[in-house]
Design a protein around this ligand. Structure first.
Ligand code: GUN
Ligand code: ZN
Length: 444
């Protein structure tokens, strides 16, 4: 048989989900090898996953085993909503959404007209994702197409796959930060031609939100989506009550905020809607019917004071809305998907809802992959998937090490500690396509 040669071998406690957990204690949803070995082919995809004892003989001479024994090896985390030009907006004081945009974000994003600034920030951005164990992200660029060129070039050079797009905004922002319906259509088409399907990169048509796009521009976004099947769409929806009121004033003919996007053909299975906090039942029904995805951004929703995501309402069995979870840096306050899940737990606590550890880890790996329609490529440790991995240290900090001493081999309890206390310090290593892309300095 024609076999792809083994080019990397990674040993550790392999953990991967094959479906969503039904609730706490549902360990059948995952595959776990206490002493496992993952073999990677020369193409960067997973060849085989199994017990060390069964697979050790398959490691060719000349391939060194990366030994992470005692540490957890999971599929790399997937961040489904993050803003590339906001790495110097994160942690900006004292404002809610519309003021925060005007006072901080719309100032900072203007700097991304400069390709050198964009390139330097793309390098930082990819470093920071990988340091946090995030191997795939869905990213908003700035309004400038060159910001997206810089980002895709950096990701591709590192072997990472991003889904990204140029922000479309043709009103209610500084002149230096606006495009037009026509220019955004042309720039979008150019970027799709240049990047969608180039290496691992994929495009997302990205109208910022209803307030900053005219009807003509939303029409252009719909046209880009129709003309390029397979591209994603991302925007913001129902984040803040002042925002919702303003959308009502700007689109008096629309039934509700969701309907503004619906009228332009922007709902669908490849459409990601950030926040979705204050939706009516009718809006949730429409998102469900169109197979659209609601993206939960807990650290952002708390930091900008936007509100509490209602997972139970969105998940009603008679009209379930697909969901994903994300950082939303720079409204969000952490690049870490672990930290993000810990804050998601607290948001849901305030709603008297739950987020078991298994659900959280499933969500940031396979769940987000499914939300992107990419579960065949990423999000699980299965043959054929990209060998994008995160290695987690169960005793990364003194507090974690101390707490772990009270755990007697209970995997689910260990995972809850990891989700609650873990962050970039837990990420011992990150792999892209089987190649080590980040190795945490011990003692750092
Ligand atoms: N709504 C429109 N633009 C943005 C943004 O950059 N961040 C957040 N959190 N919400 C938005
Ligand atoms: Zn956002």
């Amino acid at each position: 048989s024609i076999a792809v040669p083994v080019s990397a071998a990674i040993r550790g406690r392999l953990l991967s989900f094959h479906r969503a957990p039904a609730g706490p204690g549902d360990l059948d949803c995952l595959t776990y090898c206490e002493d496992g070995l993952l073999l990677v082919g020369a193409d960067g995809r997973i060849l085989e996953v199994g017990d060390w004892d069964d697979l050790r003989g398959r490691v060719p001479d000349g391939v060194a085993v990366d030994d992470h024994s005692g540490k957890l090896v999971l599929p790399g985390f997937i961040d489904t909503h993050i803003h590339f030009p906001q790495t110097q907006v994160i942690a900006s004081y004292g404002a809610q959404l519309l003021d925060w945009l005007e006072k901080y974000t719309f100032i900072e994003e203007q700097r991304f007209a400069d390709p050198a600034h964009a390139a330097a920030n793309a390098s930082f951005f990819m470093d920071e994702l990988l340091r946090n164990g995030t191997t795939t992200a869905v990213v908003y660029g700035s309004v400038h197409p060159q910001s997206v060129d810089a980002l895709f070039a950096e990701a591709e050079a590192r072997g990472a796959g991003l889904i990204a797009g140029k922000v479309m905004m043709d009103r209610h922002a500084p002149a230096a930060l606006t495009d037009t319906a026509d220019s955004s259509y042309r720039d979008g088409k150019d970027l799709i031609g240049r990047w969608h399907g180039t290496g691992r990169q994929r495009y997302a048509v990205t109208p910022r939100f209803a307030i900053t796009s005219t009807e003509a521009q939303l029409e252009a976004a719909g046209a880009l989506l129709r003309e390029h099947p397979g591209v994603h769409m991302q925007t913001h929806l129902s984040e803040n009550t002042d925002e919702i009121a303003e959308v009502g004033r700007l689109f008096p003919g629309a039934r509700d905020y969701t309907d503004v996007y619906d009228r332009f053909g922007l709902l669908g299975p490849t459409s990601l809607f950030g926040h979705c906090i204050h939706l009516s039942d009718a809006e949730m029904a429409r998102l469900s019917e169109s197979s659209s995805v609601a993206v939960f951004c807990p650290t952002s929703n708390l930091f900008i004071g936007s509100g509490l995501f209602d997972l139970d309402a969105l998940s009603k069995p008679e009209r379930p809305v697909r969901t994903a979870i994300a950082t939303d840096v720079g409204g969000g306050t952490s690049y870490s998907m672990l930290r993000t899940a810990a804050e998601a737990y607290k948001v849901l606590q305030l709603r008297r809802q739950n987020l078991p550890a298994l659900a959280a880890l499933h969500w940031m790996t396979r769940g987000n992959a499914e939300a992107l329609g990419m579960a065949g490529e990423i999000g699980s440790l299965e043959p054929g998937r990209w060998a994008d991995l995160v290695v987690l240290d169960p005793a990364a900090t003194p507090a974690m090490r101390h707490r772990m001493k009270a755990v007697d081999g209970d995997l689910e309890e260990e995972l809850f500690i990891q989700v609650t206390l873990g962050d970039d310090r837990s990420v011992a290593a990150t792999y892209l396509r089987g190649r080590n892309s980040h190795l945490r300095q011990t003692g750092a």
